[in-house]
Design a binder for this molecule. Structure first.
Ligand SMILES: [Zn+2]
Length: 75
């Protein structure tokens, strides 16, 4: 055996921690609750301005404007 003394190969480096960083992706509520908007609110078309009630469970950017087919955005 050529390699008798194992100078530890893997995982001995100083920067091998995967669990570091990105600790704070906590969603900060920016106080975007408008009066009477409820938990869901509306999605708005950035193109033609059409507004549709936001469906729960479907993000606005996955909805399409019923008028022009553009992806909606959150109001
Ligand atoms: Zn539209």
């Amino acid at each position: 055996m050529p390699r008798g003394d194992g100078t530890g190969p893997a995982g001995a480096g100083p920067g091998t921690g995967m669990g570091r960083g990105r600790g704070g992706t906590g969603r900060g509520r920016m106080g975007g609750n408008r009066a009477g908007a409820g938990p869901s609110g509306y999605c708005v078309c950035p193109k033609c301005g059409e507004r549709v009630p936001h469906k729960v469970g479907v993000p606005c950017y996955e909805m399409e404007c019923p008028k022009c087919g553009t992806k909606m955005t959150r109001e």
